[in-house]
Every structure is written in C-alpha cells, then in structure tokens.
Write a protein that binds this ligand. Structure first.
Ligand SMILES: Cc1ncc(COP(=O)(O)O)c(C=O)c1O
Length: 451
C-alpha cells in the first residue's frame, strides 16, 4: 500500500492556499472587516476551523449548491453539518415558513402544526410522546434532566469521542480508563467524572461495569458514532446495550440528530432499536431552529408522576421560543413534503453511489484509507480498515491531510463537512454532483500520492 509523502503536503498546501486567496478576495475583505466587531472575526467560534485563510462568505444557496460572494459556485456535501440536509431553501418549506412568519412567529401558545409534527415523529421513530426545543443540544439536555428526575441518579454515560452538542455532561473523553474533560472543554462547571462516565463504543463489558453500581441515570448514545468518522455498531451491540440498561434500571436515550441519515425514522426504525427517549434536531425544520425529544408511554407515566405542574416554567426544562409557531410550521413542511420516505430512497441511493465512487478511487490506487456509509451519510477515514470505536477512529484523523483535502475540494467547488471527511446527500443532490466529487477526489489522490 502507498503512503503519503508528508513533507510534500506542506508544499501542496501552500499552492492550495494561494489558489484560495485568488478566488476569495471579497470573502477575504469581509473576513477582515468582521474582525472589528466579532470575537475571533466570526459569528461562531468553530468557523475559524475552516481550511484556507478564513471562512468563505455565502451569497446564496439553493438545493445542494451555493454561490459565494466572489461568484464561485459549490456543490455542498456539508449541508450545514445536517442543518441543511433537506437541501437549501426547499421551496415548499420556504413558502410555509414565509406564510407562518406573516401570521405570527412566537406566541407562548400552540398552533395546529404542533400535534401534526408530534404524530409524524411518533410514526417515524416509534416513540409516541414528544416535546419541542430549538436545538438538538437542548433536546438532549431535556431528556437528561427527565432521566435524572425519574431515576434519582446523578450520572450520564456516553461513548468515547461522542458529540451530542454543548451538553455539559457529554464534553468528556476517556484517558487511560478515566473519564476526563475533553480537550478544549471551555469552562467546565465541575470535573467531568462527577457527572459522567465514558465507555468505548462496542464495548459491552465496559458498559456493564459502568452501569453495575446503578449510579447512571441514562446512556446517551448515537446509534453509530458520526462525529469522529462513522463508527458502526457490531452485530447485536444495541440489543445487548438495551438489555444492560434494562437490567440496571438506566434509561436509554438515542440521539438521531445525524443518524437520521439511515432513513426517515433514523437507525431507531431502520435497525429496530428500543430506546426510552429519542432526541433529534438540526434538519427537522429545513434549518429553522428546531429540535425535539420523544419518549415511550412508560416513560411518560414516570414523567407525569414526577411533574410539579405549578412550577413547570422554572423547573430547568424550558425555552421561551421552544415550540414556536415558525419552528413548527417549518418542521411540518419539511417532514411532510421534503424529507419524505420517498426522498430518503433517492438520498440513500446517492449515498451508495458516493461510497462506490470513493471506494473505487481507494482500491484502484491502493490507498491506505477506507470509506463508511450510514444511509445517505458517507465518510472516508485515513486508516485501511473500519474503526470499531472512538479511539480507533480518532487515530485515523490526520491533522495534515484533513485540511489539505478540504481545501483541495473547496478550491474545485466541493464543500465537505469540516473537521472530518463527511458527505451528506440531500433530496436535491444529483448523481452528477456525486460523480464530480469522485472525479476530484481521484485527482487529489493522484496528486497526493505521486511518486
Ligand atoms: C449527534 C449530535 N447530537 C446533537 C448535536 C447538537 O446539535 P446542535 O448544535 O444543533 O444543538 C450534534 C451536533 O453536531 C450532533 O452531532
């Protein structure tokens, strides 16, 4: 198998940077201006992590494409890291959003859309009772609070190298078998081992050891890890994890925010999972802030038993704008008419095409990489075989290659999700979009592995 000539990457990167500067003069000017009023010069701190000298400024986006302020056109496989998975500005959702905006945006009162969306989420994920939030982070926070309240237990258990948003308890990793704050964790309220236990994905013995003393209120799991490459479960992993949760009285929260890529009801439906709570956000409202968490009938009973209705507004589960009319109209239109069961068939077929294209490049050139797919989400990783857990996947990240590949693709009109090599198919993505990625990915590999 070939190996990368690492010193060569620096030279290649310099040339890509020069191309980036040539193509992004307007963006460069806006980025320079933004430094006067924005912390780090960006609206959100992680935007500093895009490759190139600065983030690209967007002029407009439609479907699976966007144009930047310099007039460059892009095929978008990042899709707002799932926020834009429905495709940018899908016309039926935009119309519903505009209509609702004209009729009122937020009232502290429900609209008829709320129960429709609850029913649709119940149909998709199989858990019947739902509440709304404005983000997946908040959906996770709410589910965690209920789990603690129900069980009277303090701790939350997550997978090593998980990401569930900015939920305090989840920003943790394993270090020599100990739960510690994840590198970069900003202003942690308490040492992480006070609130959290971390186990490797696919490690049932580790999971049982961590649940045994019955201190864990909830396991918060993605069905497959999607934030450190894609790591798929071993056969039987989820059924065994469910059984362990039941055995030790721990509630199981399945976070489908990214894994909805597996199908209209995420992995929960596609793999027949049996969670106590399902959480989701990002894509539900075509990018309008929206999130939701659902629960089984048994959990609902336990929630009702513990509800202090008099203090429902100050009990730590809230959000003035949560469940607002605009968010619900966006969710109804997106789920009802854009991210439909039928649309998923096409998106997943494109995911297969993307995977086959990348695999073809890897195999034909003998590259020491591999590709993994979860429905319409595809990821390539810099190790020859699939990772079985977060640590193995983390070892397949490459701080030189990763930005190089992102910048190479960006300079040729292809946007991949930053921080790892993830591509997502929307209902608007086409076979030509996918084939263009395969072509450019092949050219990049030839350049990189030139002897
Ligand atoms: C699995 C998962 N859950 C939750 C979140 C948090 O989403 P948000 O930042 O929109 O709250 C993310 C974000 O990447 C995620 O990947």
């Amino acid at each position: 198998m070939k190996s990368v000539d690492r010193p060569r990457i620096d030279t290649l990167m310099e040339s890509e940077r020069a191309t980036f500067r040539r193509r992004h003069a307007q963006s460069g000017q806006l980025a320079a201006d933004a430094k006067r009023s924005l912390l780090f010069g960006v609206p959100m701190n992680w935007m500093t992590r895009w490759p190139g000298d600065h983030a690209v400024y967007v002029d407009r986006a439609a479907g699976a494409r966007f144009r930047d302020v310099d007039g460059n056109e892009f095929i978008d496989f990042c899709l707002g890291d799932t926020g834009g998975m429905a495709g940018h500005a899908p016309p039926v959702a935009v119309e519903a959003i505009a209509n609702q905006a004209r009729k009122g945006i937020t009232l502290m009162l429900p609209t008829a859309d709320a129960a429709w969306v609850g029913g649709e989420l119940a149909r998709r994920f199989g858990v019947p009772y739902w509440q709304f939030t404005l983000s997946a982070t908040d959906a996770n926070r709410c589910a965690i609070r209920w789990a603690r309240e129900i069980t009277g237990r303090p701790k939350i258990l997550v997978h090593n190298w998980c990401y569930h948003g900015t939920v305090d308890e989840t920003v943790a990793t394993l270090e020599n078998g100990r739960t510690v704050a994840r590198k970069g964790n900003i202003g942690k309220p308490v040492p992480l081992d006070q609130t959290t236990r971390v186990v490797e994905f696919n490690d049932l013995a580790g999971l049982e050891a961590a649940l045994k003393d019955r201190a864990v209120a909830a396991c918060l799991f993605e069905p497959a890890l999607t934030n450190i490459g894609i790591v798929l479960p071993d056969p039987g992993y989820h059924a065994a994890a469910r059984a362990l949760c039941t055995k030790y009285g721990t509630l199981l929260i399945i976070d489908e925010t990214h894994t909805i890529s597996a199908g209209p009801g995420g992995c929960t439906k596609a793999w027949g999972l049996d969670p106590d709570f399902v959480t989701i956000g990002k894509t539900l409202g075509a990018g309008i802030a929206s999130g939701a968490y659902g629960m089984t009938g048994r959990v609902r009973e336990l929630v009702y038993e513990r509800t202090d209705a008099r203090n429902a507004d100050v009990g730590g589960i809230g959000g003035t704008l949560a469940g607002n009319a605009l968010s619900l109209a966006a969710m109804r239109a997106t789920l009802g008419e854009v991210m439909t069961d039928k649309a998923f068939e096409g998106m997943i077929a494109l995911g297969e095409r993307f995977e086959a294209g990348v695999r073809g490049v890897i195999d034909s050139r003998g590259l020491p990489w591999h590709v993994v797919r979860l429905g319409c989400r595809v990821e390539y990783l810099f190790r020859p075989d699939a990772a079985r857990n977060g640590d193995e996947a983390a070892a397949g990240q490459d701080e030189l290659l990763d930005p190089y590949i992102h910048l190479y693709l960006l300079n040729r009109g292809i946007l991949m999700t930053p921080f790892h090599n993830m591509a997502l198919m929307s209902p608007a993505t086409t076979a030509e979009d996918v084939d263009r990625h395969t072509e450019v990915f092949g050219e990049m590999a030839d350049e990189l592995f030139q002897s």
